[in-house]
Design a protein around this ligand. Structure first.
Ligand SMILES: [Zn+2]
Length: 247
């Protein structure tokens, strides 16, 4: 990856490097996850500097960088487009946001762009800022992540007989749903029809409608437990931030 590039990206992690610089991991629109060395970003000299302020976690930036033959590229200029400052005003909301950033960091590798998912991540952070429907939004984002990773099951069909699920079913992790007729006892986590229906409509639901959507809290919780099982199966190791999440 050689040459000069211009893109936009969401900061997934910031590490201080020397007195004046930072190393940032960014989910970029055009190149997927990349690491950038930003020389001088911790000590902006004046507002017109290449970096007007230090990079911040969960910031959405316009970026210029120079590609190098290593995995660490050189940031040359940045401009903050959206800081999502309100995420930091409520600890539960902030923990959810950092969990989302951790997942993006863990699930995707350099050179694997997912512009659609990145757009969804921005929607998620934006809506999370309002503090309404936090758990429903988290489920919606988990489905977007699993879908982009190619491991989201079809919540409407049995993987054995391919028939439509019309009653209680089981989730075989990671393959998908098994209807009551095909089920082998004890092989999977069971779910009510209401839960599989909730997850099916959630997976395609317009983001803007999620916070005001009336879903019984036990369905939201059952959905979260299933999505978490799928995620844990897919990840090599669970992110530490999962432990701090408030159900
Ligand atoms: Zn079946």
């Amino acid at each position: 990856m050689k040459g000069a590039f211009r893109t936009r990206g969401l900061v997934l992690r910031c590490t201080d490097y020397s007195e004046t610089s930072q190393i940032v991991r960014v989910f970029t629109r055009d190149h997927g996850v990349i690491d950038l060395l930003a020389k001088g970003s911790r000590r902006p000299v004046r507002a017109s500097s290449s970096f007007p302020a230090p990079f911040d976690l969960a910031g959405w930036y316009d970026l210029n960088f120079r590609g190098r033959n290593t995995e660490l590229h050189l940031a040359t200029e940045s401009r903050l487009v959206e800081g999502f400052d309100h995420l930091r005003q409520d600890i539960s909301v902030w923990l959810d946001a950092t969990f989302a950033l951790d997942l993006l960091r863990n699930l995707f590798s350099p050179g694997d762009p997912h512009p659609g998912l990145l757009k969804e991540a921005l929607q998620y952070l934006k809506l999370l800022e309002h503090g309404v429907g936090r758990r429903r939004l988290r489920n919606r984002f988990m489905q977007a992540l699993l879908s982009a990773s190619g491991v989201l099951p079809d919540w409407t069909r049995c993987i054995e007989c391919e028939g439509e699920v019309t009653g209680r079913s089981g989730l075989h992790v990671p393959a998908g749903l098994i209807c009551a007729e095909c089920s082998i006892l004890g092989s999977c986590e069971s779910l009510e029809l209401s839960t599989s229906r909730y997850l099916a409509s959630d997976s395609t639901r317009d983001w803007g409608l999620v916070p005001s959507w009336e879903v019984p809290s036990e369905q939201v919780e059952a959905g979260w437990n299933l999505l978490r099982s799928l995620l844990l199966h897919h990840l090599e190791r669970p992110p530490r931030s999962l432990r701090y999440l408030r159900a």
